[in-house]
Write a protein that binds this ligand. Sequence first.
Ligand code: ZN
Length: 236
Amino acid sequence: MLCVETNRLLHGYLDGELDLASALALEDHLRECAACRERFTGQQALRSAVTGKARYHAAPAGLRQALRTRLAAEGRTRIPAWLQPWPATAMAAAALLIAVTAWVTVHQPPAPTQVAQAPAERKLVYHVNSSDDVATAFRNLSNLLDAAPRTRVVVVAHNSGVDFLISGARDKAGDPYQPAVAQLKSRGVDFRICGNTLGRRNIQADRVIPEAVLVPSGIVEIARLQAEEGYSYIKL
Ligand SMILES: [Zn+2]
């Protein structure tokens, strides 16, 4: 299997949707190819971060039974007047019909609370401390926002990870980073750059692209976002 094919099938593989032959061929390729393996582990980490940390609201255990009982009770009291003179068998049939309707209503997936509430906002802080594969990470981030648009993302750059936020920086393919940063920023992603790193590496603050915000310390910012604002940590 080639890299391009692996890339195309990776999402299907992670979702367990590939046939056995394709899955085995993909696994063989992942064993041999470090680049694809890295992409795979990145995707895997993203997925578990997004799905694992999501706060879904499950219906309380007793709710279904309570609803069923109440619906059944209301159903019996709401038998229309024209049914009253009917014989007992018709009454029983009507009551049964109402009970079945109530049962079906209560058993309709998804649970009522999941429909009524918007999904909780997910908050992710991405720690970038190397410039190695920022371009790939950006593609992953963009895919993540396609799949989960309500995800709140802050990218904190620190150490050699600050390079992509310096004016004129380009990726390995020679493409400038700034348009990709601006694009992600327009989708709500915040970029924060470590002031300590800039000082240590003698990079003037005016060389930082305008999309990034300078914070005194990248590490302190990451710790603060987790402790005070409920962000989940992801290492890029
Ligand atoms: Zn490959």
